[in-house]
Design a protein around this ligand. Structure first.
Ligand code: URA
Length: 232
């Protein structure tokens, strides 16, 4: 990618200012001062602006621990969005799918549109695991109901994987991504979700990432995600 395009994607400054910034020698690529805005920057290069390391060019993959109260969107006029929690402000970064405003947990954020699309395609049946707490004790028959397809007005769910975690708590893995799916499934099983956290997505796990924190995925995690999404 050209250096001026990369700096522009990172929202460093306007296109014209970027040319000036580069010509003044304020940007280095792999340790060498860059003087030409049209310089070709290799994927994964170490690019610095006034000595500060910039996010790597090329595809990037992040995991965010979404707190409740943040909208899963790139921009919104009224409410704070998950993108406001990201240090990396490059254009093209977007969340993979959606979590409800009150849902917490694992949200992938990437500029790799091909992977995002494949992770969300229902035919790829990418697993998503949630920890849910409910308003009343979960009825014993919930285990059976949630492990089989549930028929809704607008769709029939694929069988989920249910695991009890307490009288009013359970883990549920689903293999599609319908609107309010987990809340609707628990409703079908006779209780309402009062707290929801996604703890795993396509083989990646939230682990002990702090609420509101972001980290880059490891190469191994990206490989697992691609495998899960059927990208080789
Ligand atoms: N299912 C839901 O009901 N809500 C979410 O945020 C995610 C899955």
């Amino acid at each position: 990618m050209r250096l001026d395009r990369l700096l522009s994607e990172l929202n460093i400054a306007s296109r014209r200012e970027i040319k000036d910034i580069v010509r003044k020698g304020r940007v280095s690529v792999n340790g060498e001062t860059a003087r030409a805005p049209e310089l070709k920057v290799p994927d994964g290069a170490d690019v610095r602006f006034d000595g500060h390391l910039l996010p790597k060019p090329g595809p990037v993959y992040y995991m965010l621990h979404k707190p409740a109260g943040y909208l899963t969107a790139v921009t919104d006029e009224k409410r704070p969005t998950v993108m406001e929690l990201m240090q990396d402000k490059r254009q093209g970064l977007a969340p993979v799918g959606r979590l409800d405003l009150d849902t917490e947990g694992l949200l992938l954020i990437t500029n790799d549109g091909t992977l995002a699309h494949a992770l969300l395609a229902p035919k790829n049946r990418v697993p998503k695991t949630y920890y849910a707490e409910t308003d009343v004790p979960i009825p014993p028959e919930a285990a059976d109901i949630l492990s089989k397809p549930v028929v809704f007005k607008d769709f029939t769910s694929l069988p989920g994987k249910y695991e009890r975690a307490g009288e009013k708590a359970a883990f549920l893995t689903v293999f599609e991504g319908k609107y309010h799916e987990v809340k609707r499934l628990f409703h079908a099983a006779g209780c309402e979700v009062v707290y929801l956290r996604r703890i795993a997505f396509g083989g990646t796990e939230l682990g002990d990432l702090q609420k509101g924190a972001v980290r880059e995925l490891t190469e191994e995690e990206v490989r697992i995600l691609k495998e899960c999404a059927g990208i080789t």
